[in-house]
Each structure stands twice: as structure tokens, then as C-alpha cells.
Design a protein around this ligand. Sequence first.
Ligand code: F0G
Length: 465
Amino acid sequence: MLAGRLTLDMNDNLHQLRCFGCGVRIRGDQAGSIFRCKDCGDLFEVEYPGWGLVGGTDRPNAGALKWLWRERRASSEQLDHSGVWRFREMLPILDSFGNAVTLREGNTPLYHLPRAAKALGVDQLFAKHQGMNPTGSFKDTGMTSALSVAKERGFEWVACASTGNTSAAMAAYAARAGLKCLVLIPQGKIAWGKLAQAMDYGAVTCQLKTDFDGCVKVLSTIVQRAPIYLLNSVNPYRLEGQKTPALEIAEYFDWSAPEHLLVPGGNLANSSALGKGFREMKELGLISRLPKISVIQAEGANPLVRSFLANDGQSMEPVAANTRATAIRIGNPASWRKASRVIHETGGWCLDVSEGEIAVAKAELGREGIGSEPASAVTLAGLKKLVAQGKVAPSDTVVLLLTGHTLKDADYTIDFHRGTLLKPEEAEPVLPEIAALRRDAVEVEATPDAVLKALKEIQDRWIQR
Ligand code: F0G
């Protein structure tokens, strides 16, 4: 209680924006409607100048922070119940933390994955499940931070282009804050669960006859013509909330980092945000080393992988994206430079995985009782490759960042188990795995005898395998 009040009385807003490309620094409210540098066109990053000065009054003290954040777990203040705002000293972006719009996001579970660990020969394998957030994806952690800024700055309208999860999160937080919101989504290319959420929370939803990258283009013109606050991840305040799972992970491991963190790559903001979180923790003395952060993309939407193969992530060519993991069906990711820096500075890797590998990895996670979106399962598929390449040692601690809830895209799961998801050539390299994992529902007469007979037949089939 006392700890919460202490910080609310302080000057909450200590940030400025720094251009990632040319390094120019501006005030937070000078960023313009598309959040791109007027000089070089690159994205901004939030920075806290007071942190640099060791011994300075604005530099948080690592020991005091750890104590304060632990105390807040027992606090009855609403803000302390948020896994994002519990760490608010790490994101002093609001004039008053009292303006924070929260749905009790964060505080997500870190599950041990004993079966996958055993199969891969890795002792310590965990899944940080960001799909256990209020709207079922990691986007909530970034939405609570950026939408709070929109509200504090007096905007009435907010907007995003989305593959589905950003729009679901934005719509929910806008509804909480009493703001109006506009969603642009690619027609027919997002999972129904996500579209349903945007409608449920009262968004104005436009389905455009284009892909995600096309929606982004249309929206950047709209926000320059109308007073609408852009909540795509080019907005640097999104990343401030999205970096907090890094704090939760470090706190779980008693303020140390795992050896490896694997993150799905779409628009590449999440990997950038988590890298920023670990970097800042190291700068402030909260942890002593960084995890290796690896970004995993789908083969059909792999512009960063191609960039690393071509020139070690120095430049990137957009691709025409196609994958059934629709959340990461993105060909021209906005935050690729930031993500490339994170991979370089942490010593991680960038790799891609096939449609078959994604489907199998998702079913394997399911078998551990951990449902997830297909886009999340790229992490387990990617880990298999890193282990096979000898890049992960058996004694390493590994965390997979799962980004979305399994119910977001139930069609994908049902199609997999019915055997209609993959084309024969996609399934062919993973046929034995698929056969072991598929659990189609069987139609049976409504009698105990019929159900017991079906059960016996299924068990006999398992034994034959
Ligand atoms: N996983 C899920 C479930 C996602 O929804 C996304 C992105 C990602 C991974 C990739 O994260 O873009 O930060 O690299 N979804 C966005 C959206 C683009 O509109 O919901 P990223």
C-alpha cells in the first residue's frame, strides 16, 4: 500500500523518445501521428534519461525495486494487481499513473514442459504463456501502456491495423477507457475468435481486401488526416508494456535470465520489446547477463530470416507473406531493425519453421495441457532446430514465449485433428508425428456399449503403434 502511494506521488513521467535510426531526441508528444522520425523515417524508442546517471535521483535502485515489486504482490491497490503496472518504475510514461487503463493484465504463468524437455534432452524448459492475458494474447501488456497514453493525451479515437490480436486487445482497452476505436483487418485472413472479440468490445471493424501490410498502409494515411491515435506497434509506448514479461521471467528465476528465450516473429515488436526489457534490467543492475533471444518465423512469412541469411540482418526486403499461423502472416515487419539489434546484442538466432513443424509443435504443446495459437507454437518448432544444431546445451534453461490462447483459432486445431489442415506435401515430412498426435472426434451411437466398443478399438490402435 505504502509503496504504491509513494510512487504515485512522485513525478511519474520521466521519458523522452529517441529515433532508432538517427538518434535524434524529442519529447513524447512531438512524435507525430505515424510515430516515424521526420528526419530519417525510422521508429522511435522510449528512453529514460535519468536512468543513465549512476547515483542520480531519477535512477531507480535495483535492490529497492525488487523489494517494492515483491511488496506490491500483497497490495490491494488496483494498479498493483496489473503485472505491467506493478513494475511501473520501469515505464514512467504517464503524467499520472492514475490514468492507467488496466484489465489486470500480465502476471501470466510460466509452465514447466516436462515432456517436451525430455524429448529434446533439455533439463529446464518453460513456456511463458502470454495467451493467459485478459483478451487472450500478449498484446494486452502493450495495450494497457499505449492506450493509457492515448487517454491521458485526450484522444477520442484510437485505431490499429491487425492480424487479429492487436485489434481484440485495443477494442477491449478502448471500451474500458470509454474511447472509440477503428480496426482494419485483412478480409478472410484472421481467426474468427479475434474478429468476434473486436465486435464484442464495440470496435468499428473494417475488413479490407488486402493483407496486413496493406491495412498498415491505409491506416498510416488515415491517422495523418484525422485526429486518431495509432496503436500499432510502431507506437513506442506499446513496447514499454510488452517488455514487462521479461521482468516477470527474471523475477521468477530470482533475478537472473534464462540462457535462451524464443519468441515468434511477425511485425517484430514483441522480440524488440523483450530485448529492451532485459537490456534495461541489466543497465539498472537488476540482472547480470542477457538471455540469448531467438526470433522464429513461419517459412512463408520470413523476411527477417532472409535478411539474416543475406546480410546478417543489416537490410530487409519485404516478402509476400503466407502461413496458416495468420497472426504472423506479415511480409514487411515494421520493427525489424529493433529485432535485428536484439538478436545481435544477445547472441541469439533467427530461423524459420515449416507449416508441418508448426502444426506438430502446437499439438505437442496441447498434449502437455498447454493450448496455444499456431503462431505461438513456432517457438517449440524452432527450439527443436536449435537443439539439433547444437546451439542449446542440455543444461541450459529455455523459455518459450507463447503469445496467444488456443481458443483464438479453434478452426486450426479442429482441422489438424480432422486431418484437413495440411497439404500432403506439407504433412509428408512429419507423418509419424501427426499420426501419434491426431485425436479426431468419432461419431458413436448413444449407448454405453457403443462408447466402450469405440474406446477399445482406439486403445487397440494405440497399442499397434
Ligand atoms: N503471436 C501472436 C499470437 C500474434 O498475434 C502476433 C502478432 C505475433 C505472435 C507476432 O508478434 O508482431 O510483435 O512480432 N500479431 C499482430 C496483430 C501483428 O495484429 O495482432 P510481433
